[in-house]
Write a protein that binds this ligand. Structure first.
Ligand code: ZN
Length: 228
């Protein structure tokens, strides 16, 4: 991405790393450091991500854990939760009111995050009828999101023969987000895993009677609810 990322975008990214996984696991040997993962998600260099993490630490939003991993402080967590909630409400407004597609909404919402006051966001939320989820399936209320995390799994964890419903799509990668929609893999779609390539490089799923190959990156970014 050409433009620099704001504090809020970093907090949003750290939030996404912290909560879909459920917890921050200390990075063991061979695992990428947090700054590397943040850099990868934002498409910036490891050095710029490291610098921004230092700033977030100085501002009291992030602290270093036992193994030097970055974790959100209570203040950082509150701020990050406000940022993601705001982002999701703006996305609902972009798709529900301005007619943008779900694929387009995420990047526009990132650009608009700082444009609206908290009061404007609450008014927007009311006008939209308090939507439960963003267009990509992420709950607007973060407490609900975190509770629901336990019920979901990335597609990559499913075995052949398992059936599931797509609930959420990873949205930090614009190209991948468009790929999900172009391939009919939107929230609410029912899928069945037909095959899993050894090593998890690719998963073949059936959706709407059509088989599709889903690469490892996409399979890690599709969050599903297993059929009962
Ligand atoms: Zn979204």
């Amino acid at each position: 991405m050409a433009h620099g990322h704001s504090t809020d975008e970093y907090l949003e990214t750290i939030y996404f790393l912290a909560f879909p996984i459920g917890e921050y696991r200390p990075t063991g040997s061979g695992n990428p450091t947090l700054s590397a993962r943040v850099a990868e998600m934002l498409g910036v260099s490891r050095a710029s991500a490291g610098e921004m993490l230092k700033r977030l630490e100085a501002d009291g939003f992030v602290e270093r854990g036992e193994h030097k991993e970055a974790i959100l402080t209570p203040t950082g967590r509150v701020r990050a939760e406000q940022v993601v909630r705001k982002h999701r409400i703006i996305e609902c407004w972009l798709t529900g009111f301005l007619g943008y597609t779900a694929g387009e909404a995420h990047i526009h919402a990132d650009d608009l995050g700082d444009s609206f006051s908290d009061d404007m966001i609450e008014r927007m939320n009311e006008k939209l009828g308090r939507p439960e989820r963003c267009p990509h399936g992420w709950p607007v209320e973060t407490a609900f999101e975190q509770a629901e995390n336990q019920e979901l799994a990335p597609l990559a964890q499913l075995a052949p023969g398992e059936r599931a419903t797509i609930v959420r799509l990873a949205e930090h990668d614009g190209e991948l987000l468009h790929w999900f929609y172009d391939n009919g893999l939107a929230p609410g779609t029912e899928i069945e895993v037909r095959a899993v390539e050894p090593g998890g490089r690719e998963v073949t799923v059936a959706a709407d009677g059509t088989e599709r190959a889903v690469g490892a990156k996409a399979a890690a970014g599709l969050y599903v609810r297993r059929a009962a």
